[in-house]
Write a new protein. Structure first.
Lengths: 256, 505
């Protein structure tokens, strides 16, 4: 579905992304995992051309994305990111319906689609439709952001740490919702995160990035069984290590 | 007060024409330029810098400098055009800067979101950046509106009618009800226009269609009225009225009225006055043919336009001036009215007695204990330099003040000397004494009716009618007329009418 071939991005004499090649299968959720400066966000943004590659190519369903105009391309791809970016001067429904309106859908079609999406992301249409973004909680805003990304029925979604700014309980709820939505719609997704637990929970496959290069890609179990190097091993062990630490902390407290 | 209010529709209409059209022009330049400056990075600094420099030019100076510029370009140099251009330039900075700041200040996150949902750059501008920048842009528009309404009052000296006519004439003729009407009217106008812009903004922002409709309708009506009346006045240019100019003091207003009434009486020609023009503006306008006739003084032309530093007899100076005007500017002298209005140094009678001063050459020994008040032009004029040099005069203080207030200042002792006009009746009324120019530093100032070359060509009958005023006004008569306005509170028009009636007898 998505094919990245030898993708590179250079800023001055520094390579943010270096010779990255990757394939994303249809219907799969691929996680781009790495620390800050690993190039994961840059890679993501080269798919919808928010950043233009220095070299290499991106193919969407066999078509080179450079052949399309950027705005046309982005109307076919759902994009959600951490700060959400809901337009404050528009209502929730106007926000969600923005890409359909850019595509020229009729007002009736848009209205229906918006209501469907609100329900899909577990927001009450009657309550939320006409609200302004600043009247929503962080979690509700991010749900609306995901709805907006799905509005024009894209076959591909790009998500850049969408749940990173939320509290743990909200984050968990949204992760669950997102898993359910993806199952219902069958949308192919590329998901950037630095949170190991999130990666393990959501990803069909995980691509580990470091310093602009891909270190290893594979299903979570595979990475755990046969990590390519120490970095990957330590990375994948993180949730277990943290849980063990918490456990020992709680037990010493109990005995103290 | 009633005769003041009778002028309100004309002045208000003219003021609206200047303000609304200048604002439209400023917006038409600032908004696209501001948007472009956020797209083309290197454009921002130069554009803002130029606008800021324009702003530092004092508003009156900016308007005045338009006169010679437009004259050089062979365009109408006084009246609506220079005022319109000056006002439009002045309105650019607030709108340009706010457009740039407003758009640049939009949260980058939102710009990313706009691109992410698939907007083209133009859609991003129209649907996200401009709506979000609108409060700041509108604030710039409101600032520009209020500034422009205020600044438009300064159009009067460059010959454009505005509410400023009340203020300038009122200050000169000490008619403070006129000044009040002018100030109140412009303040009210500024507040109303500001409220109009604000209503439009609130209506759009809060999505109140009725408010937008009402505010929009009022705005549209104002613009239609403004453009319509302007077009109307341009179209009826068929029989172009004779343009009579007046500088900014009482005698000039009286003489302008006199010329106006005389022309209308003798030739049935419609006339239009342009009052409170600065000396140089009036002269340049006459030379360019934008003013047809006004009264100037031989000494003024001699010293200021011809740059002569010496002096001569009354006849010598007059004929030199006539020749110069004809050869260099095509200006003719239609009549020599018969009186001189010279600059003089005047002092309080009692001070002159006490200090034993009768002539200017008595002053230098006491110079450094004396202060002097001069009108708005005097201390920068060559005549003053000539007096200083010829008499070796150095004073303790030189204060520039409004000509109308000078005499009172001397009478109250705020200054010791003033640059009095010899035909000003207030010299005797305030017990002042004119000091004798014993070394002849000050040139003669014959009052001359000067006409443009254009008028000579197009309306010789008018020039001939003006010629019949030759020698008809003596010093005493002029002094009486000035006194009637300055102290008697009469208006220049009726004083002029009285005088013409006395001529007929």
């Amino acid at each position: 579905m998505i094919e990245l071939r030898g993708l590179s991005k250079r800023y001055g004499d520094r390579f943010a992304v270096s010779e990255l090649s990757l394939e994303v299968a249809k219907g799969e959720l691929l996680v781009l995992l790495g620390g800050s400066g690993s190039g994961k966000t840059t890679t993501l943004k080269m798919i919808n051309r928010l950043i233009e590659p220095t070299s290499g190519s991106v193919r969407l369903d066999g078509e080179d994305v450079a052949a399309l105009t950027p705005s046309d391309l982005r109307r076919r791809i759902g994009y959600a990111f951490q700060q959400v970016g809901l337009f404050p001067h528009l209502s929730v429904s106007e926000n969600i319906g923005i890409t359909p309106s850019l595509l020229g859908w009729s007002p009736d079609q848009i209205r229906e689609r918006v209501d469907t999406l609100l329900r899909l992301v577990e927001l009450d249409p009657d309550e939320m439709r006409d609200r302004r973004p600043d009247e929503l909680s962080g979690g509700q805003q991010q749900r609306a952001g995901v709805a907006r990304a799905l509005a024009a029925r894209p076959r591909v979604m790009l998500l850049d740490e969408p749940f990173g700014a939320l509290d743990p309980l909200t984050r968990q709820r949204l992760q669950d919702s997102f898993i359910r939505i993806r199952r219902e719609l069958g949308v192919t997704a590329v998901f950037v995160t630095h949170d190991m637990t999130e990666a393990l929970l959501l990803g069909d496959r995980i691509a580990v990035l470091s310093d602009g290069r891909m270190v290893q890609v594979g299903a979570p179990a595979e990475l755990m069984r046969a990590p390519a190097n120490d970095y990957v091993r330590q990375l994948l062990d993180t949730p277990r290590r943290e849980a063990a630490l918490v456990d020992s902390l709680l037990s010493t407290e109990n005995t103290a | 007060m009633n005769e003041q209010l009778a002028l309100l529709p004309a002045y208000l209409t003219a003021h609206l024409q200047l303000t609304l059209l200048a604002l439209a022009a400023s917006a038409a330049v600032s908004l696209p330029l501001g948007i472009a400056a956020t797209r083309v990075r290197w454009l921002e600094q130069p554009a803002l810098a130029i606008a800021a420099v324009i702003q530092t030019i004092p508003s009156l100076a900016l308007l005045a400098v338009m006169v010679p510029i437009l004259a050089t370009l062979q365009l109408q140099s006084i009246g609506f055009l220079p005022a319109f251009i000056g006002l439009s330039l002045y309105g650019i900075l607030p709108m340009l800067r706010n457009t740039v700041t407003g758009i640049a200040g939009v949260d980058p996150t939102l710009k990313e979101a706009a691109r992410g949902v698939g907007m083209t750059p133009a859609q991003q501008l129209r649907q996200v950046e401009l709506p979000l920048a609108m409060p700041i842009i509108v604030a710039g528009l409101r600032t520009a509106t209020v500034w422009t309404v205020g600044m438009a009052t300064l159009s009067t000296p460059v010959g454009a009618t505005s509410l400023g006519n009340y203020i300038f004439t009122g200050l000169q003729t000490r008619n403070f009800s006129a000044v009040l009407v002018g100030c109140v009217a412009s303040a009210v106008l500024a507040l109303l226009l500001d409220a109009l812009v604000h209503s439009l903004e609130v209506g759009v922002r809060d999505r109140r269609p009725r408010l937008v409709a009402v505010a929009g309708a009022v705005t549209a009506a104002l613009y239609l009225y403004t453009v319509g009346s302007l077009a109307g006045s341009l179209v009826s240019e068929g029989d172009r009225p004779i343009s009579v100019g007046a500088k900014g003091f009482t005698e000039q207003y009286v003489l302008a009225e006199l010329l106006t009434q005389w022309i209308e009486q003798e030739t049935d020609q419609p006339t239009a006055q342009r009052q409170s023009l600065g000396s140089i503006v009036a002269f340049d306008a006459l030379a360019a043919g934008d003013v047809d006739v006004y009264v100037d003084y031989s000494g003024t032309v001699w010293a200021n336009v011809m740059g002569q530093t010496g002096t001569g007899s009354r006849a010598e100076v007059r004929s030199a001036v006539a020749q110069y005007l004809d050869e260099t500017h095509g200006i003719q002298i239609a009549a020599t009215l018969g009186f001189e209005n010279a600059y003089s140094l005047a002092m309080r009678d009692e001070d002159a007695d006490r200090l034993g001063i009768a002539r200017i050459s008595d002053l230098p020994p006491l110079g450094l204990t004396l202060s002097m008040g001069g009108d708005l032009e005097f201390f920068s004029r060559p005549e003053w330099t000539a007096i200083e040099e010829v008499y070796g005069l150095r004073l303790a203080e030189e204060r520039t003040m409004d000509a109308g207030l000078m005499y009172q200042a001397a009478a109250e002792g705020a200054v010791d000397l003033i640059s009095a006009y010899t035909t000003d009746g207030r010299i005797t009324a305030y017990d002042l004494r004119v000091l004798d120019d014993d070394r002849g530093a000050i040139p003669p100032y014959d009052a001359l009716v000067m006409v443009s070359g254009r008028l000579v060509e197009e309306r010789p009958d008018v020039v001939e009618a003006l010629g019949r005023l030759d020698g008809r006004i003596d010093v005493e008569a002029m002094r009486q007329m000035n006194l009637a306005v300055d102290e008697g509170g009469e208006n220049p028009a009726s004083v002029a009418t009285e005088f013409l009636r006395s001529l007929a007898r």
